[in-house]
Design a protein around this ligand. Structure first.
Ligand SMILES: Cc1cc2nc3c(=O)[nH]c(=O)nc-3n(C[C@H](O)[C@H](O)[C@H](O)COP(=O)(O)OP(=O)(O)OC[C@H]3O[C@@H](n4cnc5c(N)ncnc54)[C@H](O)[C@@H]3O)c2cc1C
Length: 435
């Protein structure tokens, strides 16, 4: 059986590794971390049922929960919009538990783990990836699956002939800080305790404050890096506004990056496939990636199984990329455009959209995964056609539908010519972040 090397212990890499090892491939996963500290030390929103089905482990009631309802604020914070998940709130669980379940499952399927190993780049021969380098060795494989995350050293070192984008632009990655703080006084029950501040402090990005039973969960996300001084300033602002926020850091307290953009336009080449954050597989509005990673793992597994000769070329891996774009990526590209358009607005323009309820509970409640661009466009055109702010949003909504069509015209089989033509069309649709 062929040797498959998984670079990094990303969620998608763990999942596809398990499926492939189960089929009998020799799968070895190298990661620079340790298994017991793998995963963020906090709870995240993800489809718990999907994880239970994937790993075959049924979680106990105390190991899973649901997200509370949101209250969204525009920059002036004067006219918040409350959303209600109703009967089906999104589920959540601890990231450390998710990591443990995936690692244990992959090991039980036969994945070999090599921890504490930093991968420094790809090894290529004639534009085919044939392995990776570490600090002290060259590791060869028939296929490298890149699960090293948003700053993957493997992806960043691929030669231009592989045609895989190495870097992201401003506005495509969120620089986030998350800390879970103590509470210094009890609070009244709140129907919408999950507060999200859009363009917080007038800056492109968001912050959130969740009033949990025993803690205050704070996230600060911006499109440019920031430091602890800024974190302290924002935590102090929250404390002033919501005096229950305490000063002791209970968990987290780290900076991390989140891709919030369309997926890689090309995520495969001879001997290589990217998955998870290394291929920017998240919902562009919310930055959630876990569910998409598990679904992508299944698609990559299918493509590899269908490659009967195990040649692992761009042609045999292409169905993975194509199916990912058709099933998930294409429908999210409109959201990406809408996101950038909203972020390109001035704070006062966003305040106006909130105050006049042009942006509504329904638009915000889908967390970006189901933004009804046509519905939004309809409201805008019907109600206030003369206002430039609305026209910008309307254009984005219209553009989103067009972009999705462009993505869906992805070639059925890979040739350089067909890909180049498709990519040229896709590139024309990008809306950069201007602020
Ligand atoms: C603050 C925050 C909140 C989030 N909230 C949610 C949420 O609520 N729901 C959700 O679904 N998603 C959420 N996400 C996103 C989610 O974490 C990712 O989309 C998802 O984990 C997929 O990323 P990944 O596993 O591919 O990459 P990563 O999580 O970056 O994992 C990469 C792995 O590769 C290893 N690695 C990296 N570089 C090297 C190297 N050079 N050599 C060897 N190993 C290497 C790392 O140690 C790590 O194990 C959040 C992210 C952040 C930062």
């Amino acid at each position: 059986m062929k040797n498959i090397l998984i670079a990094g212990a990303g969620t998608g890499g763990l999942a596809v590794g398990a499926l492939l090892a189960k089929d009998g491939y020799n799968v070895t996963l190298y990661a620079d971390c340790a298994p017991d500290t793998h995963g963020y030390n906090w709870e995240d929103s993800l489809n718990v049922r999907l994880i239970e089905e994937f790993t075959g482990v049924v979680l106990q009631e105390h190991e899973k929960g649901v997200l509370p309802n949101n209250r969204y604020f525009s920059p002036d914070e004067k006219t918040p919009i409350e959303t209600d998940y109703g009967e089906k709130p999104p589920t959540k669980m601890e990231r450390r538990l998710l990591s443990r379940l995936l690692i244990e499952y992959a090991a039980s399927c036969g994945v070999q783990f090599v921890w504490h190993t930093k991968i420094t780049g790809a090894v290529t021969e004639n534009a085919r990836v044939v392995g990776v380098t570490t600090d002290s060795a060259v590791l060869y494989a028939d296929l490298v699956i890149d699960a090293c995350g948003v700053d993957s050293a493997v992806r960043k070192s691929l030669p231009a002939e592989c045609k895989i984008e190495q870097n992201y632009a401003t506005g495509e990655v969120f620089y986030a800080y998350r800390g879970i703080y103590s509470k210094c006084q009890p609070t009244e029950a709140d129907t919408n305790p999950y507060e999200i501040y859009l363009m917080h402090c007038g800056e492109p990005g968001i912050s959130w404050l969740i009033n949990e039973e025993n803690s205050a969960d704070i996230l600060i996300g911006r499109f440019v890096p920031f430091d602890m001084q800024k974190v302290e300033q924002i935590v102090a602002q929250f404390k002033e506004k919501r005096p229950f926020v305490g000063t002791s850091l209970l968990r987290g307290g780290i900076f991390a990056k989140i891709p919030v953009r369309r997926p890689l336009v090309k995520m495969v080449c001879d001997g290589y496939a990217a998955i998870g954050d290394s291929a920017y597989m998240t919902y562009p509005m919310s930055g959630s990636g876990v569910d998409l990673n598990i679904r992508a793992a299944k698609l990559l597994h299918e493509a590899i199984r269908a490659d009967e000769e195990s040649v692992f070329t761009v042609q045999t891996l292409w169905p993975y990329q194509r199916n990912y774009i058709l099933k998930h990526g294409a429908s999210l590209t409109g959201v990406d455009i809408l996101k950038n358009t909203l972020l390109n607005l001035k704070p006062a323009e966003l305040d106006w959209l909130f105050a006049n309820r042009i942006i509504t509970e329904g638009d915000l409640g889908s967390a970006g995964s189901e933004v009804g661009s046509k519905e939004m466009l309809g409201k805008v055109m019907r109600g206030f056609p003369k206002l430039p702010t609305l026209l910008k949003v309307a254009n984005a909504a219209l553009g989103g539908d067009k972009v999705e069509k462009v993505y869906r015209s992805i070639p059925e089989t890979y040739t350089d010519e067909a890909y180049d033509k498709w990519k040229a069309a896709v590139d024309k649709t990008i809306v950069p972040l201007k602020r």
